[in-house]
Design a protein around this ligand. Structure first.
Ligand SMILES: *Cc1c(COP(=O)(O)O)cnc(C)c1O
Length: 238
């Protein structure tokens, strides 16, 4: 593909993704600023991120630390870009994540949360945190189990350099909006229950909805939808 073809198709698919979110919000009877679009740019080059930024997108999600750090360096001139770390997070990566991201969506253990708080540079705003919930109770999947969520959230809410903002989930794939809605409704209810047990935490974020279940997620109250394929096209399998 020529550069021009690439530019035009990315402009088009980004516009389509925005329109999809707009319609989903409208169909759900929600207002247009009730949910934001997080552009998931993993495996995609910095030039594509820059192009989508030029179209007005500010929130970007990355899964792989080394890859993300390289792209952040290339895009250092975009000073209002907001970086979200959404991939699996091991202890040996917490320092770089605490230093280079604004949000982390994949916290599911107290040990990781404590390290992020200790390692967050104090000249930066607190790191925004979503706890990842294993909402479909899949064996060997990341995320805290629903029955362990409240205890973890209470501990994380006390950590000084973090802001506990909400919950994230990647439900098991399901066919059709009705089936997709069930785990997403469970995540919404889990957030509501945390809001009553932790009234002082800024719990305003439901990070759910991907290219395959955006509409279901918006119906269930998603506030941050994470679209990769719908914006950037298919990824090469890793
Ligand atoms: C890759 C990824 C996405 C985007 O998925 P698409 O199906 O490409 O929209 C969203 N969230 C997480 C956590 C991801 O890893």
């Amino acid at each position: 593909m020529t550069d021009i073809a690439l530019n035009e198709s990315l402009d088009y698919s980004y516009g389509q993704a925005r329109e999809r979110l707009r319609k989903a919000l409208e169909n759900a009877g929600r207002t247009q600023d009730d949910a934001k679009l997080l552009a998931v740019s993993k495996t995609k080059p910095a030039a594509m991120i820059r192009q989508v930024w030029q179209l007005g997108q500010r929130e970007f999600g990355e899964n792989y630390l080394q890859e993300a750090l390289g792209k952040q360096a290339e895009l250092a001139d975009l000073d209002d870009i907001v970086w979200h770390f959404i991939g699996p997070l091991q202890s040996n990566k917490t320092r770089a994540v605490a230093e280079h991201f604004d949000w982390v969506h994949s916290v599911d253990r107290l040990k990781i949360a404590k390290r992020l708080s200790e390692q967050r540079p104090t000249h930066l705003a607190p790191l925004n945190i979503c706890l990842q919930v294993n909402i479909s109770r899949e064996e060997s999947k990341a995320g805290v189990l629903p029955e362990e969520l409240e205890e973890l959230a209470k501990e994380v809410a006390t950590l000084p350099n973090l802001h506990l903002r909400g919950l994230m989930a990647i439900p098991a794939p399901a066919q059709g909006v009705d089936a997709q809605r069930q785990p997403l409704a469970a995540l919404r209810e889990a957030l509501a229950s945390l809001q009553s047990s932790l009234p002082n935490a800024p719990l305003d974020t439901l990070s759910m909805g991907m290219s395959d279940d955006l509409e279901a997620a918006v119906l269930e109250g998603a506030t941050l939808v994470r679209l990769g394929t719908a914006i950037f096209g298919a990824r090469q399998s890793a």
